[in-house]
Design a protein around this ligand. Structure first.
Ligand code: ATP
Length: 340
């Protein structure tokens, strides 16, 4: 039996069914990321697991024990919030040791645990400071440290990096990945940032409107999305999805269906050198340094983005031949389901 098991989990807010019969098994040591658009229910699902919201239907089992209606404090889970939720008047040391002190742990043991966590998180020199004398990234590390010292059965993270600037978000993401590698703790992490999802997750759970659309490893979702929604949610820039009729050269698209092309599978040739491909026009060129995104419109009216790993001499208005990598193309039926 899986370490953490969700069986038919339901949540209503008044009449609104926010979580609709979620089944999910999480193995010990796994790093699972919940992603999905705003309002899909990912934070609610995490809060149900944490015991911060009441579960209205179904069962939640942790390590063989039914914890569906157990109070949060008895679930042996630790949650790290976007807002850090540190005690402002307490030092870093006091913040990190608070839960252990409350649990009556021997002060000597507390000191060892806090010092070990502080070392892992590079917080040793900040233990005497209060949170207001720390940067956002340092505060977030304290919040993580406070979870680590409790050695919970499961770590729960609710968008922990969204208050950090881009550079710090990247660094802290790498720290969380290393931490998981070193501690091997079972982790559930909520984010709407699909780079975080792709880089941190052993498995990603894609949610929409309170149901699971697909569960899989990052590359499974990238290479074999179950439907158009997942295909366009995972990957940046998002997958091009166009009506099959625009690309008559690619076989196997169901009648009335769609063709999905990752931006890296769309190549552009200047019209003069084009040897086939769909005729089209460059609408916009975005140079990102290491790569270039080129937005084009086919003469038949379909819009596509091409990603190339080199700089480009193409300019707005240039005529091009659009060559698609048919072997890597995705096919969807008229309802958006993957056609295999
Ligand atoms: P976001 O990325 O914007 O945080 P989310 O996927 O985490 O979104 P939830 O916060 O879980 O979404 O919300 C799921 C649905 O439940 C939404 O429709 C939301 O409006 C509703 N909801 C969440 N909390 C409450 C509440 N306390 N009372 C009423 N409705 C709620």
């Amino acid at each position: 039996m899986a370490y953490l098991q969700l069986q038919g989990i339901e949540k209503f807010f008044g009449e609104h069914r926010a979580i609709k019969g979620i089944d999910l098994s999480i193995e010990q040591g796994e790093f699972v990321v919940f992603v999905g658009p705003s309002g899909c229910g990912k934070s609610t699902l995490l809060r149900l697991i944490a015991g911060l919201e009441r579960i209205d239907g179904g069962k939640l089992l942790l390590d063989g024990r039914d914890i569906t209606h157990l109070p949060s404090s008895q679930r042996d889970l630790a949650m790290v919030f976007q807002s850090y939720a540190l005690y402002p008047h307490m030092s870093v040391y006091e913040n990190m040791s608070f839960a252990l002190k409350l649990a009556g742990v021997d002060p000597k043991v507390i000191r060892e645990k806090v010092e070990r966590a502080a070392k892992i998180l590079n917080l040793t020199t900040y233990l005497d400071r209060t949170p207001k004398a720390l940067s956002g990234g340092q505060r977030q590390r304290v919040a993580i440290g406070r979870a680590i010292v409790r050695a919970p059965k499961v770590f729960l993270f609710d968008e922990p990096l969204s208050n950090l600037d881009a550079a710090l978000r990247g660094q802290t993401r790498v720290e969380i990945a290393k931490l998981h590698r070193d501690l091997g703790a079972t982790t559930i992490y909520v984010t709407h940032d699909q780079v975080e999802a792709m880089t941190l997750a052993d498995r990603i759970v894609v949610l929409r409107d309170g149901v699971i659309e697909q569960v899989g490893t990052p590359l499974e979702l990238y290479d074999k999305p179950a439907n158009q929604f997942v295909a366009q949610f995972i990957g940046s820039p998002q997958m091009n999805v166009i009506e099959g009729k625009h690309v008559p050269t690619v076989p196997g698209v169901p009648a009335g269906g769609f063709l999905g092309l990752r931006p890296e599978d769309v190549t552009l040739q200047p019209a003069a050198q084009a040897t086939g491909g769909l005729p089209g026009t460059v609408e916009l060129v975005e140079s990102l340094g290491a790569e270039t995104l080129i937005y084009v419109t086919t003469d038949s009216g379909a819009q596509l983005v091409s990603r190339q790993a080199t700089r480009s001499s193409l300019r707005n208005g240039d005529r091009v031949g659009i060559v698609v990598e048919a072997a890597n193309a995705h096919r969807f039926d008229a309802q958006g389901r993957a056609a295999r």
